[in-house]
Design a protein around this ligand. Structure first.
Ligand SMILES: [Zn+2]
Length: 387
């Protein structure tokens, strides 16, 4: 939606990523603290002090947001979910769970851990401020700022805007009542979207009434919320189409296979231009040696195509990303996106039995969508949920 996130750290096996928009927001925050909030509150500091305290407070706010996310991750891991990565925005982040929670109770526990942690941080920093306010005014200023913002963070995150924690709490309650994960997600997603638009409209109103910084904040958060709520509903839609399928259900069993000694020119002419294939398997006596894809060919200059055998430029077997036949189709889709692959061979007991191409998968999704296809028999995790 707004570009890719990049990794800044790895904590306990979890990749910590930040979103490009986050950099902009940290700079904006440091500036608004150093040039607005602190000079207004504390009139007698030097300019350098405002900027040092302002920037430190901005960075520490980011650290407390990270602790909030790690709290979600910890509860999730304790309950047996894997958390491969956390993507941070300034007012929270997204802990990427390996699967959806299995029960309303599980979702509730994971969701509530974050705001509860923010409340604890608010209390601790408030106590620090009580002890420091007559001793060290700069540190005390940071402490009371963190206390205030973490309290706001807890309140903000518990608002019923999906996919905020409050949205997840809302979904877990709706899930417990309706006994349907799908219905509950749809309810929470719609509430989140409406809520996001509401924030954007309020932000515009504030902006027009002269509260520029608050207005911009509201609009920014509203914009993020509507986008995130839409994303969550789209994910649900994908899940409803692909949710029941495995890699073996979406692969095709025929694909071009060539000998390693064949020239690149021949593969291009016959299979790529001729049949519109983006890749050919390179094999001898039934054993796969590698894969020759359009991107491999692109790296070779055109006048060498005729006298280069495919084994010279193919991606060798050990570098080819593969999936097992039993892998859920949704995970195949994520893998293709994440690794930027155009195709992935499907293996069963180490033997290649099919090929999944990104183009075909997307065509099928579009087809299913235009037919309004949906697995009405419910989400695999539907069922009686403890609440
Ligand atoms: Zn949270």
């Amino acid at each position: 939606m707004f570009g890719r996130s990049f990794r800044i750290a790895r904590i306990g096996g979890i990749d910590i990523e930040v979103h490009p928009s986050w950099l902009l927001i940290v700079v904006f925050l440091a500036w608004s603290l150093s040039d607005g909030v602190f000079p207004e509150e504390y009139g007698n500091w030097s300019t350098a002090a405002y900027w040092i305290v302002g920037s430190t407070a901005a960075v520490l706010l980011f650290v407390t947001v990270l602790i909030h996310e790690l709290a979600h991750a910890l509860v999730a891991i304790r309950r047996g979910l894997a958390v491969p990565k956390i993507t941070l925005f300034i007012f929270g982040g997204v802990s990427h769970l390996s699967r959806q929670p299995r029960s309303a109770g599980e979702e509730f526990a994971i969701a509530i851990a974050g705001p509860a942690t923010s409340v604890i941080i608010a209390v601790v920093t408030f106590v620090a401020w009580l002890g420091l306010r007559h001793v060290e005014s700069h540190v005390a200023a940071i402490a009371i700022y963190l206390a205030t913002v973490n309290l706001l963070l807890a309140v903000f995150n518990i608002l019923p805007g999906f996919p905020l924690d409050g949205g997840r709490v809302l979904r877990s309650i709706a899930w417990g009542r309706t006994k349907s994960f799908r219905k509950a997600t749809s309810i929470a997603g719609t509430v989140g979207e409406v809520f996001g638009y509401g924030l954007m409209v309020s932000g515009a109103a504030l902006l027009l009434s002269g509260y520029a910084i608050n207005g911009l904040w509201f609009m920014l958060i509203g914009w993020f919320l509507t986008g995130a709520a839409r994303g969550e509903k789209q994910a649900l839609q994908l899940d409803s189409i692909l949710g029941q399928l495995k890699a073996r259900d979406i692969m095709r069993e025929t694909y071009p296979t060539v000998l390693p000694s064949v020239s690149v020119q021949e593969v291009v002419d016959r299979h790529m231009i001729g049949e519109g294939e983006r890749a050919a398997m390179v094999a001898r006596d039934g054993a796969v040696l590698g894969i020759l894809s359009v991107s491999d060919v692109r790296h070779l200059s055109r006048d060498e195509w005729a006298n280069t055998p495919v084994q010279g430029i193919m991606t060798p077997r050990d570098k080819v990303v593969t999936v097992t036949a039993a892998l859920p189709a949704l995970e195949v889709l994520h893998l293709l996106g994440e690794r930027r692959l155009n195709q992935v061979p499907v293996l069963e007991e180490g033997r290649m039995i099919g090929l999944i191409t990104r183009r075909e998968l997307i065509e099928r999704l579009q087809l299913a969508e235009s037919l309004g296809h949906d697995h009405q028999d419910g989400h695999p995790t539907d069922g009686p949920a403890p609440s």
